[in-house]
Design a binder for this molecule. Sequence first.
Ligand SMILES: *Cc1c(COP(=O)(O)O)cnc(C)c1O
Length: 247
Amino acid sequence: MDGRATTVGLLRDNIRAVRQRIAEACGRAGRDPADVLLVAVTKTRPAEEILAAYRCGLRHFGENRIEELEAKLRALRGHMDEPPAVWHMVGHVQSRKAGRVAATCDVVHSLDSLRLAGRLERTCGESGRRLAVLVEVNVSGEGTKYGYPAWSAETRRATVEELAGLEGLAHLDVRGLMTMAPLGAPEGELRRVFGALRALRDDLRATLPFSDWAELSMGMTDDFEVAIEEGATMVRIGRAIFGPRNE
Ligand SMILES: *Cc1c(COP(=O)(O)O)cnc(C)c1O
């Protein structure tokens, strides 16, 4: 029995199905599927599955723990360079691990403090790297405990004020916002959460024009279609591609 061929065949089918669902959601919203980046979230998946997904044409990969990412990069060294895989950090980053994240990742979706921004800026400055970052926002007030609060007019105002502190960090390229919707929320609640992130983005464009805040990283396996209808430019998808996780 060829277990690997089975895995690759299944992956290929899953990726095709996800791309199809992305295209259909874009169709409903009058959007171009080229404007929605598929980030395959590979946490808990072995390196060989990531390589198989790369060989199926995926280029963007997301992990949520730096230790796990570093181990996989060691295992995959030289196998995903032409064209290069792009690595996204989607999980919370402790400030003391900022250097390791800046050395391995291309995009950080989970910038959630000025302290972390300062650490990333410093290590990127030392290594002469530039890093793309998204600001994580907690729109719903539940679910994740990370992210800048934005579940009320007051918290939104305070967050916008705080984010002014990101201006002028020469090595950080502030690209937009990221959020996670509460798990299992009904569609109306999902639309409210994703719509609120988009509205915050529009606000930031007007008040903090040092970035165009173009990217909205929102949508996972259970809610990516609604997220796309509400304006997502990046979806972070694990289970719909790789199957259920044993966590
Ligand atoms: C695990 C994870 C995902 C992917 O979740 P799925 O439900 O498997 O698609 C997306 N974003 C973050 C931050 C994650 O931790």
